[in-house]
Design a protein around this ligand. Sequence first.
Ligand code: SF4
Length: 453
Amino acid sequence: MKNEHAILPERSQSIRFSECSGDGSGIKCESESVSGAVSQRACVFCGARVVLNPITDAFHIVHGPIGCASYTWDIRGSLSSGEDGYRNSYSTDLREKDVIFGGEKKLAAAIDEVMAIHSPKVIFIYATCIVGIIGDDIEAICRNAEEKYGIRVIPVKSPGFSGTKKTGYKMACNAIMNLITPVELPEKTVGVNILGDFNLAGEMWIIKNYLRKIGVTVVANITGDAKVDDLRKAPTAQLNLVQCAGSMTYLAKQMEEVFDIPFIKVSFFGVLDTSESLLRIAYAVGDTETIQKAKAFIEEEKNRVIPLLNKYKKNLEGKKAAIYVGGGFKAISLIRQFSEFGMKTVMVGTQTGSKEDYEMIQHLVDEDAIILDDANPAELESFMKKMGADILVGGVKERPLAYKLGIAFCDHNHERKRPLAGYEGTLNFASEINLSMNSPVWETISQGGMKYV
Ligand code: SF4
């Protein structure tokens, strides 16, 4: 069926109305962005940095022009319970002369400088676009530095042109495997690893607290509020919990193959997903007591939170939501959350969703909903207008698109400051949606004829 709403003909296969194909499998995803479409998706290097930056006692040297290093903790934070070395940014600041004569000496000098001032346990060295072109041998430099200083110096080959943001996730996962793979496999302990929560506003602490309450031990957080020594214990865990499936399924599969750790996908967004996930974890690793504790905790939290959510529900019911987020699993959780609030999702898209994610999304939304992969601003604006969205949930790059159209916005990305995970996060989310969507400003804009200008 011809998709008459796609803005560029080359993008038509990446945009679907639910009625276009039976099972959602038709959508084109996990592919390079179309040239000239001005994708909302960031580059390979950015994908790698998202995953590795939250390791609180790691140091990160961006080998490239200073512009690549502009992605810093200050822009996209994650919280730490102790160390704060990760909040600093280091760059080799490559210039024209380095591009001509090579940047290897500069990189070796940057490592020496970091070592002279700090005492890192691990340094990640990111290769950016220009390094991929001039061919600096960063692996050799990392090896030399490891011999010289006796610490881990790990290359992260992430030139922006070498794939999609998801390629960057893979490069980061390879770097984590490089860091945590021991010479000999250790004895197993009782406990789980949490993969793919980045502790943006303290969510890792919320999840760990829930697990502690039901009697499940956490061996390592990967990578929110992570410490290098804890990460090294990760191979001893009995189960991996994958929260951000887009970035961490690859690592979970690697760990299953190398360390024999099975994994399950979980989500702590919304009452339904949080409750289901806790119960599945209890059944997977706990005994009868753990399962009983989980059931009691879920019951207690539901009794506390649902009456409060019902108060918001009166203001939210019947409204229309648009979603554009990084991963498919988060999009799925958000659709479910909006259903819990009595809202309808009319547009949903992701930067890195997989075929399976889109199949699930298609089953969750109504027939007329628009589903799109790797969207650009023109498409998002056009579809929000067409579908009459009342609110957009997205990240910092989507915020101005919504506001320019006079549509409310809720930040569900790395820039937010309020936790949105777990039962308390669901209350925060409902409160933000309510406050943003029902602000009198939208009425004023409509009256002035400015909505959708
Ligand atoms: S695309 Fe290349 S040059 Fe641009 S930020 Fe990414 S790594 Fe740097």
